[in-house]
Design a protein. Structure first.
Length: 503
RNA sequence: GAUCUGUUAGCUCAGUCGGUAGAGCAACGGCCUUUUAAGCCGUGGGUCUUGGGUUCGAGUCCCAAACAGAUCACCA
């Protein structure tokens, strides 16, 4: 327990004083609410009769004391509303202690209070609640940052320190309504995507988070241990291989929103746990999937933002379909005037050196092409763009391209220079899949700790026969960042991972 | 992982050349019965992130550490 500040001591003293007066600062009874701040301000002028007796609860956010009367603001989940407390109204008799002591002396900014009264409009034109009854619902013992906004919309003393905001997100949510809005939009995004998939009759499923063998992506896992079975378990890095087993099992379409866990670096675009949405649809290919994704994103974003355009920094991004489609090789040609097709490893390395792209001896042709793309092309892809047809070495779970040797049927969707979706025509040939896993094992033997492992049960499922299928993964955090114009993943995660503070 | 920047009151921030620690808001005591970043008068509140060092003397200079942010590299 830390030593108490002056303000904390004063609040604890107020708490004790209330108790001595027989007032429970944390009453157990439900407090019936029949209105909220937003709908009162929205509807009062059209229908004043409906607000002659309101009961509302919220957090006390500001007090403008004028002696025997007082204006204050309370905040509920929908916003703020001004209240007007007049001494002779709340204390009609001789005894003025409710006003003088309970309200003015022992109630503080941050306390959660319940009140009853009628709605009126002040001389200054602000819709307010004229209070006839008020009571403490929960005493706040820790002073809240005071953020004020003036008539010009200028914010004073904003609570802005990211560390404080992430470590004490509840405080951020109380005093920064614009941050609350991010999480409302995040929820709407997931809701609208789910609605879209459900309309198509694709099935929402849940697959294991704890996996005996991690697979489906190239990444280092978190390892844990199951006591009763006495076996190691891994937190999933992807759910791809389980979702495909469900397509083998006969579902036409399955999808899952879920947390993935990757034991890697943290920065403003990476958190150790993140949310992805993966979907697999039978009898489709990646060309179909491109059309599905652009149709879905245009609709979902329009529903949430009112139009398909989103402002991110200085870029206005337009999610109206169709999105540009560009093969990886053509994209490199367009932005560098260099044609990687048919080039040898040495020729590619020479080009990388000429462009100051870092390379090392272990990189093969596929990896070098990926480096060139990442270093010289990605930054140009601001408007939604599908990059298609990737080198086979990097993509062990996608089907070989129908016409182009050495490539797979894969696309990634780039928006604002970042990858937000990844999709394949899924590999359903069990012989080829086994060969791809064996190639991965060779990488692992050379020390690649992100190489995929041989998953015999997954291979067995493919041997039973998986229909031709297209699959897609979308990074929900990154899509939320785009949708809300945020540049740090921590801003779209309620509780981002933070290093512990050592006392 | 590298580089740079930051850490001072509950919050937002000043702090000069190394010489008794400052402001606004919040808090506390007054005045004020339609104010709105309310106002007016008065008061209190600090292990200057932590640990070393230099110095008669360190918030300030030096070294190290912790945490955070930005930029870069890698991963979604």
């Amino acid at each position: 327990m830390h030593s108490l500040s002056e303000q904390e001591i004063i609040r604890r003293n107020s708490l004790a004083a209330l108790e001595e007066m027989g007032i429970n600062p944390y009453p157990p009874e439900a407090f019936e609410v029949n209105a909220n701040s937003f709908e009162i301000k929205q509807n009062f002028e059209n229908n004043p009769d409906a607000y002659k007796s309101v009961s509302i609860a919220g957090r006390l956010m500001m007090i403008r004391d004028m002696g025997k009367a007082c204006f204050a603001e309370i905040q509920d989940s929908k916003g703020k509303i001004q209240i007007y407390v007049k001494r002779d109204e709340v204390c009609p008799g001789e005894d003025k202690t409710l006003y003088d002591l309970v309200f003015k002396k022992y109630m503080d900014i941050g306390d959660i209070i319940g009140l009853k009264g009628y709605v009126f409009k002040t001389k200054m034109g602000e819709i307010s609640i004229h209070v006839s009854h008020l009571q403490m619902l929960s005493k706040s013992l820790h002073p809240l940052p005071i953020v004020k906004t003036d008539a010009d919309g200028q914010t004073h003393d904003a609570f802005t320190d990211p560390e404080q905001r992430y470590r004490h997100r509840y405080v951020d949510l109380i005093v920064n309504p614009q941050h609350r809005e991010i999480f409302v939009k995040r929820s709407q995004l997931i809701h609208e995507m789910r609605m879209y998939f459900n309309e198509k009759n694709w099935l929402e499923v849940e697959t294991p988070v704890l996996q005996g063998m991690h697979g489906g992506a190239a990444a280092r896992p978190f390892k844990t241990h199951h006591n009763a079975l006495d076996i190691p378990l891994f937190l999933r890095i992807a759910n791809e291989l389980y979702l495909k087993r469900l397509i083998v099992g006969g579902f036409d379409g399955v999808y899952e929103f879920g947390k993935m866990f990757r034991n890697e670096g943290m920065d403003r675009t990476h958190n150790p746990e993140f949310t992805s949405m993966e979907i697999y649809v039978a009898y489709k290919d990646y060309i179909w999937m491109m059309e599905m994704v652009e149709t879905m994103l245009e609709r979902v974003i329009t529903k949430i933002n009112g139009n398909p355009k989103v402002q991110v920094g200085s870029n206005e991004i337009n999610f109206t379909k169709p999105y540009r489609r560009l093969s990886m090789y053509d994209a490199i040609k367009e932005y560098t005037n260099f044609d990687v097709e048919g080039k040898s490893e040495e020729e590619l390395k020479a080009f990388c050196r000429s462009k100051n792209i870092e390379i090392d001896a272990s990189m093969g042709v596929g990896k070098l092409i990926d480096e060139i793309f990442g270093g010289l092309v990605e930054k140009h892809l601001i408007q939604p763009t599908y990059i298609t047809d990737y080198p086979i070495e990097m993509t062990p779970l996608a089907k070989k391209h129908r016409t182009k040797a050495g490539l797979v049927e894969r696309f990634e969707l780039y928006v604002n220079a970042k990858e937000i979706a990844n999709a394949y025509t899924e590999l359903n040939d069990p012989i080829d899949q086994r060969q791809r896993f064996e190639d991965q094992l060779k990488l692992a033997a050379r020390g690649d700790d992100e190489a995929m492992l041989m998953d015999e049960d997954f291979l067995l499922s493919l041997e039973y026969g998986m229909p031709p299928t297209s699959g897609l993964g979308i990074g929900i955090d990154r899509l939320t960042m785009l949708l809300t114009g945020q540049e740090a993943i921590q801003e779209v995660l309620l509780f981002p991972q933070m290093k512990p503070l050592i006392k």
